[in-house]
Design a protein around this ligand. Structure first.
Ligand code: SF4
Length: 517
C-alpha cells in the first residue's frame, strides 16, 4: 500500500495559514497510482506525525521548501521506500538531507509512472534509474531535467475519489479544493540585478518577441521573476483539456466539495499556447485566449448551478488583463476574489526583479477587475533584493493606491530566496522599510474589515479547533469566528452577521437565523 503524504504549507508541522486549502499535487499523484490499480491513502503530515501510520510500503511525500522541518520528522518515522516531490526538490540536496531514497524534480508524472512500471508498484526501487527523467537519486544527483510535452501532460488525470481522504484539517467539505487548469507561466524575462549590462545589450532576448530566442539566457540566469521558480521548474505554460477539467470538477462536486479554485500560476495563460507556434515564452504577446477562457468558465458555471458549489480562479498577471478578458471574467466570476501580484511600487525595481509588468499596470488591472464586479486581492513582497528607501516609499504609495482602487485585501510576504531561481542564496535583510510595508498592510486590512461590520454573508463551517467554531466565507474573505453555543457540523452553510473585527485576518460572526445554530 502507498502512503501519499501531503505536507504542503505544513512548515514546522503545524499549519498557521491556508487551513482551508487542498492543493492539487497529492491528487495528481493519486491519479497516477490509480492508473496502475494500486491502493493508497492520503495523510496530511500533521495527522501522520500525531497518529503514525502502519501497513505502508512506499511513502510519496509532496512538499514545498518551507515544509522541510515537518517532512524531515515524518521521513525519520517511516520504514519503507521514501520518495519526495513538489517544489521542495528544486534543491536536489534535500533528498539525502531529509533521508529520502529518491526525489522527483519538477513535473513528476512521467518519473513516477516509469518507477511504477519498473518495480515500484511492487514496493521495490528499480535497479536502473539513469534513463528516468526528473529523478533525484539518493546522493542528490538529478538524472536529467525535462518538461512534460503537452501530450504527456494531458495523459494524466488527477484523482477525484482521493479528495475523501481529507477529513481533518483541511476538510474537503469546507475547503477550497484546487483544480489545476494550466501549468507554469510564460514570463521568460530574467531579473537584471546580477546580470552583466554589456551582455544584455548584445543579447536583448528579454526584450525580444522571438519566442525561441527567449528560452535561453547566455548568462545562465533562470527565467521568470527572481523570487519565483515556476518557469524554471515547469517550462513554458501548457493547458489541460477542457473536458478533463470539467470531468474533474463534476466528480469533486459529486463527492461533496463546495468550494473550487481553478488554479494556475496565471489563469489567463489558459489556452494561450494554442495562439502561438513556438514555446509560449512571452508574458503578454499575444494576449489571452479569450475564447478558450470563456468556454471553460461557461462549462464550470453550468456545473456550479447544477451542484451548488462556489468557484473562483487563482492568480492573474496584470499585463494580460485587457478589457475584453475582464468583461468575460466579470460575466462568470462576479463577486469572487482574484489575486494580482504588484510586489513592488517602483517600476525600475520591478524590471530589475524580472517582472513583466510594473505597478501602474497592476493598478490598471485592479481597477478593471473591480469595475466588472470581481474582488481583487493585491500582493506585495518586502525585503526583496534591491529594496531601498525609494522602493519602500513607492511600495507604500502603491499599497494605498491598490486599497483606493478597491483591493479587498493587501497581502504582504517576506521575500524567501528559492532554490533554482536567480535569487537563490540571496541574503534576506529585514530592515525598517520592510517593517513599514508589513505594518501598512495590517493597517489597510483592518480598515477594510471594518467595512464588513453589519454585513450578512454566507459561510461554510470548518472543523472545530479547540473550543472555537470557525467558518470560511463561501465567496472568500476573512476567517469568521462564530459566536455560537455549540459545535456545528463541518461543511454546513449558514448566514452570519459580522459583528466584530478581531484582527486584520479574523472577524466575528453571529448566525442570522438562530435556529440554524
Ligand atoms: S536573456 Fe540574459 S543576457 Fe539576454 S537580455 Fe535577458 S538577462 Fe540579459
Amino acid at each position: 500500500m502507498f502512503l501519499i503524504l501531503d505536507a504542503l504549507a505544513a512548515g514546522e508541522g503545524r499549519r498557521l495559514s491556508s487551513l482551508d486549502v487542498i492543493g492539487a499535487g497529492p491528487r495528481a499523484i493519486a491519479g497516477v497510482l490509480e492508473m496502475f490499480g494500486l491502493e493508497y491513502k492520503i495523510y496530511r503530515v500533521e495527522d501522520f506525525l500525531r497518529r503514525g501510520a502502519r501497513g505502508f510500503r512506499v511513502l510519496l511525500a509532496s512538499a514545498m521548501t518551507m515544509d522541510e522541518p515537518a517532512v524531515k520528522r515524518a521521513a525519520s518515522r517511516f520504514r519503507g521506500v521514501k520518495i519526495i516531490g513538489g517544489p521542495i526538490t528544486s534543491d536536489p540536496s534535500v533528498v539525502p538531507r531529509l533521508g529520502f531514497h529518491l526525489g522527483v524534480w519538477g513535473e513528476g508524472e512521467v518519473a513516477l509512472e516509469s518507477l511504477l512500471r519498473n518495480g515500484l508498484s511492487e514496493g521495490e526501487i528499480p535497479s536502473e534509474l539513469g534513463s528516468i527523467p526528473n529523478l533525484i537519486t539518493g546522493d542528490g544527483t538529478l538524472t536529467r531535467a525535462s518538461n512534460l510535452s503537452v501530450e504527456d501532460f494531458r495523459r494524466f488525470q488527477p484523482s477525484v475519489t482521493a479528495i475523501r481522504f481529507y477529513r481533518t484539517v483541511p476538510h474537503y467539505r469546507s475547503s477550497r479544493v484546487y483544480v489545476e487548469v494550466v501549468r507554469s507561466c510564460s514570463n521568460f524575462n530574467r531579473p537584471k540585478i546580477r546580470a552583466s549590462k554589456e551582455m544584455c545589450d548584445l543579447c536583448m532576448a528579454c526584450y525580444e518577441f522571438d519566442l525561441r530566442k527567449r528560452l535561453v539566457c547566455p548568462q545562465g540566469i533562470p527565467p521568470g521573476c527572481g523570487y519565483c521558480s515556476i518557469p524554471a521548474l515547469y517550462g513554458p505554460p501548457k493547458s489541460r483539456d477542457r473536458d478533463s477539467i470539467v470531468e474533474e470538477v463534476r466528480g469533486l462536486a459529486e463527492a461533496g466539495v463546495r468550494r473550487i479554485v481553478l488554479s494556475g500560476a496565471d489563469f489567463l495563460e489558459y489556452g494561450r499556447e494554442k495562439l502561438v507556434s513556438g514555446p509560449l515564452t512571452h508574458p503578454y504577446e499575444p494576449g489571452p485566449n479569450v475564447d478558450a477562457i470563456e468556454e471553460l468558465l461557461r462549462e464550470i458555471k453550468g456545473l456550479s448551478r447544477e451542484y451548488g458549489f462556489f468557484f473562483e480562479v487563482e492568480n492573474v498577471k496584470p499585463c494580460l488583463v485587457n478589457d475584453e478578458v475582464a468583461e468575460v471574467l466579470g460575466r462568470y466570476l462576479r463577486g469572487t476574489p482574484i489575486h494580482i501580484g504588484v510586489e513592488t511600487g517602483d517600476p525600475e525595481h520591478a524590471d530589475l526583479l524580472g517582472r513583466p509588468c510594473g505597478p501602474q499596470e497592476s493598478m490598471e488591472a485592479i481597477k478593471r477587475l473591480k469595475e466588472v464586479g470581481l474582488r481583487p486581492y493585491a500582493y506585495f513582497i518586502h525585503s526583496l533584493p534591491g529594496q531601498n528607501d525609494k522602493t519602500v516609499r513607492m511600495t507604500l504609495k502603491y499599497m494605498e493606491l491598490a486599497y483606493k482602487h478597491g483591493a479587498e485585501k493587501i497581502t504582504v510576504y517576506k521575500f524567501r530566496p528559492l532554490p533554482g531561481t536567480a535569487f537563490e542564496g540571496y541574503n534576506v535583510v529585514v530592515d525598517r522599510g520592510s517593517k513599514m510595508i508589513a505594518e501598512k498592510a495590517i493597517e489597510l486590512n483592518r480598515e477594510r474589515k471594518r467595512e464588513l461590520l453589519g454585513a450578512v454573508i454566507k459561510v461554510i463551517v470548518a472543523p472545530s479547533v479547540g473550543r472555537g467554531n470557525y467558518a470560511y466565507p463561501l465567496a472568500g474573505g476573512p476567517v469568521v469566528r462564530l459566536k455560537v453555543g455549540r459545535k456545528l457540523k463541518t461543511g454546513k452553510v449558514l448566514e452570519v452577521r459580522i459583528t466584530k473585527v478581531l484582527s486584520d485576518r479574523l472577524v466575528e460572526g453571529v448566525p442570522v437565523d438562530r435556529r440554524s445554530s
